[in-house]
Design a protein around this ligand. Sequence first.
Ligand code: TYD
Ligand code: MG
Length: 455
Amino acid sequence: MAKKSSEVICQECGTAYSKWQGKCDSCGNWNCLNEEKVNGEGFSNFKPKKKGSMLEFVPLSGAPEKLERMVTGIKELDRVCGGGLVAGSAILVGGDPGIGKSTLLLQACASIANLPQKPECYYISGEEAIDQVRIRAKRLDLDQSPVNLASATDVSDIVATLDKSHAAVVIIDSIQTMYLEEVESTPGSVSQVRATAYELIKLAKKKGFTLFLVGHVTKQGSIAGPRVLEHMVDTVLYFEGERGHHFRILRAVKNRYGATDEIGVFEMQDKGLTEVENPSALFLAERQGNVSGSCVFAGIEGSRPVLVEIQALVSPTGYSSPKRAVVGWDSNRLAMVLAVLEARCGMNLSSQDIYLNIAGGLKISEPAADLAVAMAVISSLTNKPLPADTVIFGEIGLSGEIRAVSQPNSRLKEAHKLGFSSAIIPASAKDKKFNPSGIKVNEIGNVQRLINWFQ
Ligand code: TYD
Ligand code: MG
């Protein structure tokens, strides 16, 4: 029987086929089959050629190696990376086109290159020509920074060059433009992305430099190259933000060297990204007090408290089924809160359109926002504003109980710092040790008691 030279492999589940088809029979996904070269018998009959050597096992106990971290000088980036960059680690930075990935990384690169120990920094752009990067550097006032710049896409050249360098930081912008000649598919395809990232990550581990890979996000919101990249790197950061808003959030979704869900907040200005040290003040900047349907939620993003304004608008519907529109929060969660308000408080919301917005463009995923959302909805429905100096947090259970949430003290402290004088919190949340100097704490145990606030 003739030996196979290629096989068609499903990129989602790994099933091998002898010829291409549109749908994988095994996992049911469409357009996920890719032809891959194999040696000899094919993947399904893979036999190792050389005799394997013996592994050496060690006990679980033992002093871990101390991680050396390089502080970039951009505090918000350091925070998201877990306190600085770890040598030999690979960091994937994903985000929509035009959100500011190249700007952030050029700023980070220049900041590192200017550190007193003068680390060698390499910025390799596959998307933009040298001149374009130079124009950006000039705009950012970074054109005098000692960054090594190149425009290249052939990973063999990049690896050969970096192998001879003493690089401390390497930025590849973007991984979807990189290619290896040995891989017979176009740049950006799964095989190319996987192979080029593998070569670069291998080199980063060998030489001990920190590798940043820029990755584009697909329409579905994941980094292109179905998740393969996320598994290969140590850290995955998403750069998010609304086009119409000027601030940007860098969020860690995976981090082998630090906490996930940590965020860094930046503001995009004429001269690049500036760090926002007090995000709460920024998110509340345009708030108008004494308006019905608005309340302030004391949330936690990663390790720090962030106050945001939640706005609801309830108006009689003109449709047979009422409209629900949510920006910045989970629409299923809104449906649940509304169902609890109807079932436990006897409110009639089925004839009302409801719009919910997290002001400023922040995306919140915490269930702790339930209570604030419920308050905003009731406030809009009754057209009675909440006191402007009050913050709210708490999770709502299906039987109408208000559940405790994590870190109530940090939330209250942040509220106090920003001048709020009262808080509505879950009954079980108050930590007796906390002395809320100046903050009046109102404990609520059940949603039915919410209505009292508006009578
Ligand atoms: P860019 O870093 O090129 O985005 P990405 O690499 O994620 O595609 O940023 C592009 C946007 O940022 C562009 O629309 C212009 C804006 N911008 C500023 O507002 N100020 C600046 O100083 C810079 C460099 C860019
Ligand atoms: Mg870019």
